[in-house]
Design a protein around this ligand. Structure first.
Ligand SMILES: Nc1nc2c(ncn2[C@@H]2O[C@H](COP(=O)(O)OP(=O)(O)OP(=O)(O)O)[C@@H](O)[C@H]2O)c(=O)[nH]1
Ligand SMILES: [Mg+2]
Length: 446
């Protein structure tokens, strides 16, 4: 995808519903020529903005050859999703009809929309900022009602509004320093040191609000990847089946049963965990099993959380050695064999009778939520988090400079750097690479 390829003057058309058969499909058009283009393909009058009408969509230049009956909904700029003239055509849900109509719309003057282009236009036309654009995509991909609720709050501006408040506070403080710099000869002082200290502390409180609870916010949005890792036969596949509540993995008393890695998603308190069952780790003389072990290690390396499984009946305990940012929960399985087994601080579980499953799920959930409570204004993805961490650091530097009576231009420099991070998050400081990253994840009709 190329942001330049978006060409803002074009009228674009694309399917807004997922491809496939269903009750209806929706084709969306946006741009100046929307009305003209649709008029060439439907004999009936196009409805007024805010109204809808039934019409018959025909081939371009052949009005008697109808493709389908459609409902036409009309929106006038700037009161539409994109901020431009928009028409939505609801037709019968069949990909054959969708492609036939899109082909006619293109021949009548529309251009095929690219992924995220409708939302991009909403951004370009000032309907939403970048955090809201990301929230659209997050709302669509939410896997629980809780994460959907948070994404919706971000969509209606929970991060944007807070970022705007902070941005204004920085601008106000920056202008104090800029004025003083302009009149440096006259030794003008617009605000006292105390006032400036209060102002920067307020700004830091704002950043703290955006950052607090990020771990939970991120887990709610993206879910958590977890791998069951351990020696053969310790009961990884049995634990996998028990946790996902399905008999999906083959279990057997013979070591080396699992070779392919299996995965399954399940929820704990509104957070989606994707659990991987992997091959037991051992030096095996068998080629296929060795491939399984390699895969197990590769998948584990990608997971944020590892459940390291040992068992009462297999003497040697497995030690997972991964990256420092990976968290490991150590469990001893098959405690139904020996309730008095010395757990040595590990979690005792039994995949057979379910003992310890509640405690294991609690430990997984605690990992996902971290120790801070998420709020509606908490940032939701790496991009936002990284920028707000950077901004917080620049603002902390500015505070230290104010405390130490550093020269005004140094304070102003730190404040400018703080502001540019906030602007980059909301999209005021537009950069094509950032935009490309965000909008390329969208589907065609969004
Ligand atoms: N008593 C008891 N037996 C268990 C328990 N969990 C698993 N087993 C048995 O242990 C054997 C191995 O279980 P699996 O789940 O296949 O073990 P695994 O770790 O996936 O083994 P590999 O795929 O070979 O690495 C099977 O016979 C299971 O029935 C448990 O909690 N208690
Ligand atoms: Mg297995």
């Amino acid at each position: 995808m190329n942001i330049e390829g978006y060409r803002e003057g074009d009228t674009i058309a694309g399917e807004a519903t997922p491809p496939g058969r269903g009750g209806i499909s929706v084709i969306r058009l946006s741009g100046e020529k929307t009305h003209d283009i649709v008029s060439r393909l439907i004999e009936q009058d196009i409805p007024k903005a805010g109204e809808f009408k039934v019409g018959y969509f025909h081939h371009h230049g052949r009005p008697t050859e109808i493709i389908d009956q459609v409902i036409i909904s009309c929106y006038k700029a700037p009161y539409s999703y994109t901020g431009e003239d928009v028409i939505e055509l609801s037709l019968h849900g069949n990909p054959v009809l969708v492609s036939a109509m899109l082909a006619e719309l293109y021949s009548a003057g529309a251009r095929a929309s690219q992924p995220g282009e409708f939302t991009f236009r909403a951004f370009i036309n000032g309907r939403i900022d970048l955090t809201q654009a990301e929230a659209v995509s997050e709302l669509i991909t939410s896997t629980s009602i809780e994460s959907a609720d948070f994404a919706f709050q971000r969509l209606i501006g929970s991060i944007k509004d807070n970022a705007d408040i902070i941005s204004n506070q920085i601008l106000k403080l920056l202008s104090v320093y800029e004025i003083e710099l302009d009149f440096v000869e006259e030794d003008v002082s617009v605000a006292s040191k105390e006032e400036n200290k209060f102002a920067i502390e307020d700004i830091l409180i704002g950043f703290n609000g955006l950052l607090t609870g990020y771990k939970q916010s991120h887990s709610m949005q993206s879910g958590v990847q977890v791998a069951l890792v351990g020696h053969p036969n310790v009961g990884k596949s049995s634990l996998f089946n028990r946790l996902i509540n399905q008999q999906k993995a083959i279990t057997h008393h013979q070591p080396g049963t699992t070779r392919d890695a299996l995965d399954s998603a399940f929820m704990i308190n509104g957070i989606e965990f994707t659990l991987y069952d992997t091959a037991g780790i051992r030096e095996s003389g068998e080629e296929v099993e060795n491939v399984g072990v390699e895969r197990a290690l590769k998948i584990s390396a990608r997971c944020e959380l590892i459940i390291e499984v040992s068992s009462v009946d297999i003497g040697s305990e497995y030690r997972y050695i991964g990256k420092s940012e990976q968290k490991v929960i150590k469990v001893i399985n098959k405690i139904d064999f020996a309730n008095d087994y010395n757990l040595g601080g590990k979690l005792g579980v039994s995949a057979q009778d379910g003992t310890g499953m509640g405690a294991l799920c609690d430990a997984m959930y605690k990992f996902a939520i971290g120790s801070e409570a998420v709020s509606r204004k908490t940032v939701s993805n790496e991009r936002q988090y990284h920028l707000m961490k950077k901004a917080q650091q620049f603002a902390t530097n500015a505070k230290e400079c104010i405390d130490n009576d550093s020269p005004q231009e140094i304070v102003a420099e730190e404040l400018r750097a703080t502001l540019s991070c906030v602007d980059e998050m909301t999209g005021k400081g537009r950069l094509d690479t950032i935009l490309e990253n965000i909008f390329s994840k969208f589907c065609i009709g969004k």
